[in-house]
Design a protein around this ligand. Structure first.
Ligand code: PRT
Ligand code: MG
Length: 214
């Protein structure tokens, strides 16, 4: 039986590649270069499918992939239904934050109970965060470049990922609140884990060793 591992190109693939190699999984073709969406690996029982970062949990939830690697940001937004999340791979680390233009009095606006326009790709996470704080927000869904929204008057604030902080600085924004620490997790389809345990468990063990958990 073949195991299918869902991965996204870019950051996650680049940082997961050494862990994959340590687990004996080397793609037969460079996933960054090939146009194929299904790529074999050096591991006789494992193939990789290349999907959008935010689609990884969906493929794994429905069993189209047995395993996947996804950021906690994406998993929180998806909800994690049908997914087992055994290993924090400690890669692609960043922080989900609330940011505003330099000089915007966020704390004051919150204290006064002002209604804030917040642009984000992370509607669910943002809604829960502001609801828990009792802050009134109108959320505006964007698919990227959130940093632009406050600069052109689309929003007062954004919820986005921050790693070096360079993007915020370059756009005269400042982080005012941390929502959560983010890193990429290995996720497994819950039914597959039961039905294919003999195949999946050694892969989990190999990842755990590669990350240094074992
Ligand atoms: O590109 P696509 O729309 O398909 O999906 P994606 O943009 O979600 O994928 P990708 O590959 O960019 O990100 C995949 C995962 O990497 C995310 O889901 C996060 O879990 C993780 N990650 C870690 C990050 C960052 N760090 C990060 N800094 N994802 C995005 N960023 C962006 C951030 O949104 C902001 O625009 O980088 C910018 C800030 O970086 P700094 O260094 O300037 O602070
Ligand atoms: Mg991207």
């Amino acid at each position: 039986m073949t195991l299918t591992l869902a991965l996204s190109k870019g950051r996650i693939l680049a940082e997961a590649a050494p862990l994959l190699a340590a687990a004996g999984i080397i793609p037969a073709e460079d996933p960054e270069k090939t146009r194929k969406l299904i790529v074999g690996t050096s591991h006789p029982q494992i193939r990789i499918i290349i999907v959008r970062a935010s689609d990884v949990p969906t493929y794994v939830q429905y069993g189209a992939a047995d395993l996947g690697i996804a950021g906690k940001d994406v998993l929180e937004e998806h909800g994690g239904e049908g997914l087992y999340q055994p290993i924090d791979l400690a890669i692609s680390r960043c922080r989900m934050m609330v940011a505003v233009p330099e000089g915007f009095d966020y704390a004051g606006a919150v204290r006064r109970g002002s209604r804030l326009k917040v642009a984000t790709k992370y509607l669910g996470t943002a809604r829960r965060h502001f609801a828990a704080k009792g802050v009134h927000v109108d959320l505006i869904k964007l698919y990227g470049s959130m940093e632009l929204a406050p600069l052109v008057g689309l929003a007062d604030a954004i919820v986005d990922l921050v790693s070096s902080g360079n993007t915020l600085r370059a756009n005269h924004l400042v982080a005012v609140e941390s929502i959560m620490e983010v890193s990429a997790r290995l996720v497994v389809n819950q039914a597959a884990l039961k039905l294919k345990r003999r195949q999946i468990q050694p892969v989990l063990d190999a990842f755990a060793r590669a990350v240094g958990h074992a």
